[in-house]
Design a protein around this ligand. Structure first.
Ligand code: FES
Ligand code: FES
Length: 161
């Protein structure tokens, strides 16, 4: 065991966990942030995507010990950050996914939304190809992707970054 000191959603969190645990394991099983999903657990599905310093990253392939200096954003952090910035209602990307019905089981949605957030933060007016490229690491077994793509288009129209 060792103590990890992580910067999660704007808070500093100290938590004891086995040295070899991944960020995904620490988030889910020590901190209780279960929004990041444990799908394939080997880098294929993107369900575990979090943002490290704004960059989409697979938490299942990231050792917790290697990310202590990074700002970690999980899906749970989007609404508080939106409200802290003076926003009302839901986070705009989450809201767009909701309005487009861009989910069925919802398992892929946290990773999809965080990939979309990262895209729109650096590129508020993405092309169709750029949207598809940004989501290409996130697999969805339910929706067929059309509504997810439409949600990102909608978010891009209204997203303030
Ligand atoms: S759970 Fe990490 S890529 Fe599938
Ligand atoms: S909505 Fe079920 S995996 Fe995407």
């Amino acid at each position: 065991m060792r103590v990890f000191r992580l910067q999660v959603n704007g808070d500093t969190v100290e938590v004891a966990a086995p040295e070899h645990w991944t960020l995904l394991e620490v988030l889910r099983y020590k901190i209780g942030l279960t929004g990041s999903k444990q799908g394939c657990d080997k880098g294929d599905c993107g369900a575990c995507t979090v943002l490290l310093d704004g960059v989409p990253t697979l938490a299942c392939l990231s050792l917790a010990a290697t990310v202590e200096t990074s700002a970690i954003t999980t899906i749970e952090g989007l609404l508080p950050a939106h409200r802290a910035n003076g926003g009302e209602g839901a986070d705009p990307v989450q809201d767009a996914f909701d309005r487009c019905g861009a989910l069925q089981c919802g398992f892929c949605q946290p990773g999809m939304i965080l990939s979309a957030k990262a895209l729109l933060a650096k590129n508020p007016n993405p092309t169709s190809q750029e949207i598809k490229q940004s989501l290409s690491g996130n697999l969805c077994r339910c929706t067929g992707y059309t509504q997810i793509y439409e949600a990102v288009v909608l978010a891009a129209k209204g997203e303030q970054v």
